[in-house]
Write a protein that binds this ligand. Structure first.
Ligand code: AFP
Length: 358
């Protein structure tokens, strides 16, 4: 892609700009090429608009005094975590934007106990859409008050067509209770120094950058591939005394670069999965949130965080595992289930798998 250079004639500049590929153009072309994805086009437009809106809110959070807690002392969400005003706003924006195009059956959010049925949002009781969405509207929202990066994570499933006998009732949540390997699309928006939307429709991973507030997402990182080995790891080492001994040993080996072809890894941890996984995707390495003695499944939610991120990272050539099982093969047992996760460069993750097998 030709980038306009500072000082170039405006005509050269506008020619270069007209060659830039936008997210909506990319989705349009991909959904033409893959007919089974055609109806995703309006859904993606909804997500794009939600990310644009949330980016604006994040930028203004301090000035508009919406960086703090929701409710008097902070309401709790279904995870037992204190909600921020921004968690609630981002949740409402995403649910409305995903339902509005009239293609989604329901959306399930990390912030809500039950899924939101789009028939209610569209005020049409008979409405049934063909897709279901999952999302974490504002991942890492504890970063908001300090003005640090946060993100949005999303995934889209098709509602399975089951030949059910008349007496067997359809499980309304069957779409999102499928393993992550059934995701049609997933992605995240990173609200940091720039707003970046990274997307996979199952045909590789592409990164788009918002060119100005309220503007277009421009394809800036086509065909993202995660290096086979990295040089960094992102993990909350404050909990290291609570890890299983083999995880401690794995992190020790990462630091020292022990093992064939391995190099010493430095640590870098933002505390927002979107930001940490984005850096791992770009530079290579490992993001991990292991289980601990007091929380054997860790903190990361399978449906809203682990599965969409695992699809992206696998599409970029990386791996994602609980340590013992591929994340995308897990059959969900509950909509707010948590899982331990190790995700990143293929060779770095294979080292962990080998260590845990011994
Ligand atoms: P919040 O969205 O509740 O801030 O949690 C974010 C998150 O699930 C994930 O994005 C981070 O990697 C992880 O929690 C950070 O948790 P710790 O503060 O325990 O390291």
């Amino acid at each position: 892609m030709d980038e306009p250079k500072v000082g170039e004639e405006p005509s050269v500049m506008s020619q270069a700009l007209s060659k830039q590929k936008t997210l909506s153009r990319y989705v349009e072309v991909e959904t033409w090429k893959h007919r089974e994805l055609t109806d995703l086009q309006p859904v993606m437009r909804g997500i794009e608009s939600a990310c644009r809106g949330i980016a604006t809110l994040v930028r203004r959070a301090q000035c508009d005094e919406i960086a703090g807690l929701h409710g008097n002392d902070g309401d709790m969400n279904v995870q037992g975590e204190v909600q921020k005003v921004m968690d609630v706003l981002a949740n409402n924006i995403l649910a409305a934007s995903m339902c509005a195009p009239g293609k989604m059956d329901y959306v399930a959010s990390e912030e809500e106990e039950e899924p939101t049925y789009c028939s209610a949002v569209l005020q049409n009781a008979a409405f049934q859409g063909e897709y279901a969405g999952v999302f974490d509207p504002l991942d890492g929202s504890s970063n908001i008050e300090a003005g640090l990066p946060v993100g949005t994570i999303f995934g889209i499933y098709r509602r399975p067509q089951l030949n059910l006998s008349p007496e067997r009732e359809r499980d309304p949540l069957e779409a999102i209770m499928q393993p992550g390997s059934k995701l049609l699309a997933s992605g995240y928006c990173l609200y940091g120094g720039q707003t970046i939307l990274v997307l996979t429709l199952g045909q590789g991973v592409h990164g788009f950058t918002l060119n100005k507030p309220g503007g277009d997402f421009i394809l800036t990182q086509p065909n993202m591939r995660i290096p086979a080995r990295g040089q960094l790891y992102a993990i909350n080492e404050g909990s290291s005394h609570l890890w299983e001994p083999k995880v401690t040993e794995y992190v020790r080996r990462l630091k020292l670069g022990e093992g064939e072809g391995n190099v010493p890894h430095r640590t870098a941890y933002v505390g927002a999965m979107v930001a940490d996984v984005h850096r791992v995707l770009v530079e290579g390495g490992v993001y991990a949130y292991p289980g601990t003695v007091d929380a054997p499944n860790g903190k990361i939610r399978l449906l809203y965080e682990a599965n969409p991120m695992s699809m992206l990272v696998e599409q970029a050539g990386g791996l994602s595992t609980t340590g013992r099982q591929r994340i995308l093969d897990l059959k969900p047992t509950g909509i707010h289930q948590r899982v331990p996760i190790f995700i990143g460069s293929k060779e770095d993750i294979k080292d962990l798998q080998a260590l845990l097998k011994d």
